[in-house]
Design a binder for this molecule. Structure first.
Ligand SMILES: [Zn+2]
Length: 308
């Protein structure tokens, strides 16, 4: 969910996807216990598995969702990237895995370079084509990120991890190369796994190209950072409150059975409506001028695409 990061935000870095300490900083010894395994997997029903990083603070702990399909598997977001991820979701598939980034914030795309097939919304493509830094020290984050968490009662620690993955970490700032997408997604596109399909919902506000993946047949929604059961961030670089209001109106009317968000626990429709109403109640003067456009797009923008 992070953005609005300190300067320099986008340094020149080396090899694509390489995880390494920032070159101009003296490596530090991170004196924390090793967590092995780093990731914890849990089945949540409907053929969906949650891959989580329990030793990462909730602010940066991105939920990774793995959906098994008959012809393709789907991975929604790819963690902070402090440890290899792909082996957790690999199966003996004839085809492969499509990794979808719900948006380009660095806590969601850490492991994206591990996947051959990568997709994101058109409005996030340019960001994914740039190098990026992950900051593990809370002191470098601004109030636009930390403030909502503090006000919600979260403790903000010095470091956003309380353990290190096997092999350790040599720096609290991690730099990555670009991870360009191989597939561009738009509103209404269908991600077809063979026996189940997810519709791309463009849900801007948190970021310009935030998306949800909506399976009408089951009522499952992967919502990314558009909606999760925690402090929502709308003051980041690229955020847009007006668009977020539209997104909340749209989500409020969606007949979901379960929402799997980009962070925190999953929830049902009643909680989704509470989250939407809470946001809308804090932005009473905002009209959300994109509501009509979003509805129109939802009805007419459908395209089918198969990945592999
Ligand atoms: Zn985000």
């Amino acid at each position: 969910m992070q953005a609005g990061l300190p300067e320099p935000h986008r340094p020149v870095v080396g090899a694509n996807g390489t995880l390494r300490p920032r070159a101009n900083r003296v490596p530090v010894v991170i004196d924390l216990p090793v967590a092995d395994p780093w990731f914890v997997c849990s089945r949540v029903g409907d053929g969906i598995t949650l891959v989580s990083e329990p030793h990462v603070h909730p602010l940066l702990r991105c939920n990774v969702w793995h959906v098994q399909g008959r012809e393709f598997d789907l991975v929604v977001d790819t963690s902070l990237g402090l440890a290899p991820l792909r082996h957790l979701v690999d199966r003996q598939l004839a085809a492969g895995i499509l990794a979808v980034a719900t948006h380009s914030h660095s806590d969601h795309i850490g492991g994206l370079d591990e996947f051959t097939d990568r997709a994101a919304h058109r409005d996030e493509v340019a960001e994914l084509a740039k190098p990026v830094l992950n900051f593990l020290e809370s002191a470098v984050y601004g109030e636009t990120v930390l403030g909502p968490y503090r006000r919600a009662g979260y403790v903000i620690p010095e470091l956003f991890i309380d353990a290190v993955p096997p092999g350790g970490l040599q720096a609290t700032i991690i730099e990555r190369g670009p991870v360009p997408v191989t597939r561009v997604l738009d509103e209404g596109d269908i991600v077809d796994l063979g026996d189940r399909s997810f519709e791309v919902l463009h849900l801007p506000g948190h970021s310009p190209g935030s998306i949800g993946l909506w399976e009408a047949a089951t009522g499952v929604l992967f919502a990314g950072d558009a909606a999760y059961d925690g402090p929502l961030l709308d003051e980041l670089e690229g955020s847009d409150v007006d668009a977020y209001v539209s997104t909340m109106h749209r989500l409020r009317s969606l007949p979901v059975t379960v929402v799997h968000g980009g962070h925190e626990r999953s929830f049902g429709r009643d909680r989704l409506i509470e989250i939407c109403d809470h946001y809308l109640g804090h932005n009473p003067g905002v009209t959300g001028g994109m509501v009509e456009r979003a509805k129109i797009g939802h009805e007419s923008g459908r395209r089918s695409a198969r990945y592999g």
